[in-house]
Design a protein around this ligand. Structure first.
Ligand SMILES: Cc1cc2nc3c(=O)[nH]c(=O)nc-3n(C[C@H](O)[C@H](O)[C@H](O)COP(=O)(O)O)c2cc1C
Length: 368
């Protein structure tokens, strides 16, 4: 097997030592103020040999509420705490981008402040339920954002990007995937607006373009990435012409000169966003439409990852579930060493167990 994954590459301003990326993963171990603890810094620094670490999704707004102990980055305590994480990762020789997001209609209604409703492009509820403060609750019918409010939400993303910059992050990734607010704007089943933010794809991509431009204004295009998941159609989200919509999105983002596009391909059973839907391969069209670096993700193992990079379809590959139990995934791939199994019970929430106690290869196995 060729070892393309271990070749260095340029990503925006960064030189990555390899093409193995740790994709964003919410482990719900922040404090009650939605700020990462020292243990979170330890967790990421254990994984610093990845070409790039992308943090767990971090909310840009108090109206974006998910499970307890999930991260946010709209207040000083959160920015300061993420600053300590960035410092720890850099001290370990790593590189780290902050993923920023807004849950929109996927916000937990029982955790919304002041009894407010979740907001969304249109007043259409996500299907299904969420864990809730006092037991499972249905997703709420959200309040459709007024046209005049949209700049305020764009501003929340801007301030989060500024906060991440202040925290010393190498850049930010806008979470445009997985049925959250940006994705709700992009896909026509959740966006029925008629005000220039909905309608044809040029209008549906406008919110993402404004958010991306705001982040670029704060950090520079070479420190901004965007994640999309074209095929994802859980919870009633979905698009009537996935290929046309997302080829357009890729081209529009390409014109902004961002550092990378992060493409979640077919959705993988066993992840929080399962199940997969039938997915025509979009990657070749997106590769053509987007001139910058492409990171792919979703169900990759080392062989598949080598193949997609070798074929020239992607520049790097992101892994999530393998990173739960293999902090030294780069070494294990390099040495064809066995991969450790993750303990599903400790994925979300809790303490050090199942978080920072997965061992690295022993020196004998690592050939030292
Ligand atoms: C526990 C867990 C938490 C996740 N949290 C996030 C997140 O915060 N942001 C995001 O964009 N995707 C999130 N995802 C989706 C993953 O980034 C990824 O797309 C998915 O796990 C498929 O990649 P894999 O096959 O390498 O695991 C999460 C997945 C898991 C399993």
């Amino acid at each position: 097997m060729s070892k393309q994954l271990f070749s260095s590459m340029k990503l925006g301003r960064l030189d990555l030592p390899n093409r193995i990326i740790m994709a964003p993963m919410n482990r719900a171990r922040c404090d009650a103020g939605r700020a990462p603890t020292d243990m979170v810094g330890e967790y990421y620094s254990q994984r610093a040999s990845a070409g790039l670490l992308i943090t767990e999704a971090s909310s840009v707004s108090r109206l974006s509420q998910s499970r307890p102990n999930a991260s946010a980055i709209y207040q000083d305590n959160q920015v300061e705490a993420w600053g300590r994480v960035a410092e720890t990762v850099h001290a370990a020789g790593g590189r780290i981008f902050q993923q920023i997001y807004h849950l929109g209609r996927k916000s937990d209604p029982s955790r919304m402040p002041d009894g407010l409703l979740p907001v969304a492009p249109s007043a259409i509820a996500a299907k299904g339920e969420v864990a809730g403060l006092n037991g499972p609750v249905d997703f709420a019918v959200p309040r459709a954002l007024e046209t005049g409010e949209i700049p305020d939400v764009v501003e929340e993303f801007r301030l989060a990007a500024r906060g991440a910059g202040k925290a010393g992050m190498d850049g930010i990734e806008i979470h445009g995937a997985n049925a959250y607010l940006v994705d709700q704007f992009l896909k026509d089943k959740s966006n029925r607006r008629v005000d220039g933010y909905g309608g044809d794809v040029a209008a549906r991509v406008r919110f993402l373009m404004e958010v991306t431009q705001a982040a670029i204004d704060e950090l520079g295009a070479d420190r901004v990435g965007v994640r999309i998941s074209p095929h994802l159609s859980v919870d009633g989200i979905g698009d009537s012409d996935v290929a046309a919509t997302f080829t357009h999105v890729a081209g529009a983002l390409g014109s902004l000169g961002i550092a990378y596009l992060h493409l979640v391909e077919a959705v993988v059973p066993g992840t929080p966003q399962a199940p997969a839907v039938g997915s025509e391969p979009l990657l070749p069209g997106i590769r053509k439409a987007f001139p910058g670096a492409i990171i792919v993700n979703g169900g990759y193992d080392q062989a598949k990852a080598e193949a997609v990079v070798e074929a020239g379809l992607a520049d790097a590959v992101a892994f999530v579930r393998l990173y739960i139990s293999n902090p030294d995934l780069v070494d294990r791939f390099r040495l064809d060493a066995p991969l450790a199994e993750a303990d599903a019970a400790t994925t979300h929430g809790g303490g050090a167990k199942g978080y920072i106690d997965y061992p690295v290869l022993q020196p004998a196995a690592a050939g030292e």
